[in-house]
Write a protein that binds this ligand. Sequence first.
Ligand code: AMP
Ligand code: MG
Length: 415
Amino acid sequence: MQIPSNNDYDSQSLTVEEALTRIYDDLQPIAGNEQLAIRNALGRVLAEDILSKINVPPHDNSAMDGYAIQGTDLPADGQIKLTMVGTSFAGQPYPGTLQAGQCTRIFTGAVIPDGADTVIMQEHIDKQGDIITISSDNQVGQHVRPTGEDIAIGQTILKTGKYLHPADIGLLASLGIPEVKVKRRLRVAFFSTGDELRAVGEMLEAGQIYDSNRYSLYGVLARLGVDIIDMGVVLDKPEDVEQAFLAAADCSDAIITSGGVSVGDADYVTDTLQRLGKVNFWKVAMKPGKPLTFGELKGCAFFGLPGNPVSAIVTFYQFVQPALRYMMGQTNLNPVRVPAKCLSYLKKHPGRMEFQRGILTTDEQGKLLVSSTGKQGSGVLSSMSQANCFIVLPRDCGNVEVGNEVLVEPFEGLI
Ligand code: AMP
Ligand code: MG
């Protein structure tokens, strides 16, 4: 009789961290750039450092609606009266030079007139016709946004490897830069393997299921902004798998397959990779997703994901996404993980790092709470659909009690 084990240790499996290190060690960012108008560069990776050719703001300007004065006019105590000689509007500066004893009306964003260096808020003055009375409780230089306060000429404002967010596009526009050099798009080919798989729209016969992985993978790849090459479903026949491998290698930088990576009779992916290319590793101490093949095929990165629908998505997010981002030239690839109080009891054996599916919320004080989506089977795709985060449980940890702190990895940020 086999004694049930209460742990999942397997000496042949790499840890998640080891697997990631091997992936980064093995891969390189792709060569090849293109020049794009900044709007089209959204979601692309910069292939050059961007230096500012101008100061932002380009001139000293007012942070308030009020009056521009010479700081030396400010009284040590008591009050002083100044004569208003004109107005500086945003986009329409006061043309003259301010003299001692004078002030101008000034609006937010307007250029500080020559001779002036200080702005008095309009709420803090007394006005009788053109005569403005100012008290002593103001400071020289106040409410002035100095030239280059945000960005100075020559400053590196965005670095090679930066993934361009909406604010980056705005920032480039604020510097008057119309075009930037970015990495070319990565080409990613993918297909599903399995005799039981049918495409959406076909009739299911006994024992058949719909191919969902190709759709999930389409979704994650589309969001990454790569060129997608969907190669359909490939039967569990060594010749077919081999042919699909070669066709994929012909047209891509990276190949992703799902299914057929275990050690079953109909699992040809790892063997075929071994024959035609190189297997780097094929087992990772994680759940879901233990069988996971990584290697190289005719110059392409190769990722053989497990067939179970949740395993395919989890392994994609944990390994393939950072790997593809690295190939795209992106830096800053570590996932954001934050502590949250767990509201569910989580079953876990030590030995494998787990990525359970969670629902992240906040309590009245804004503290993070997470609960389990329920059944955690690697085929329960609805758990992935309900979830908004992974609950990341380290390899050596066991069951999690209600109220314990756990790390969560939210699925979506603002950008
Ligand atoms: P495999 O990794 O090929 O042994 O497949 C493991 C499980 O995932 C089996 O139950 C398969 O039927 C299922 N599976 C494999 N590929 C897919 C797919 N593309 N879509 C949905 N389920 C799949
Ligand atoms: Mg299969």
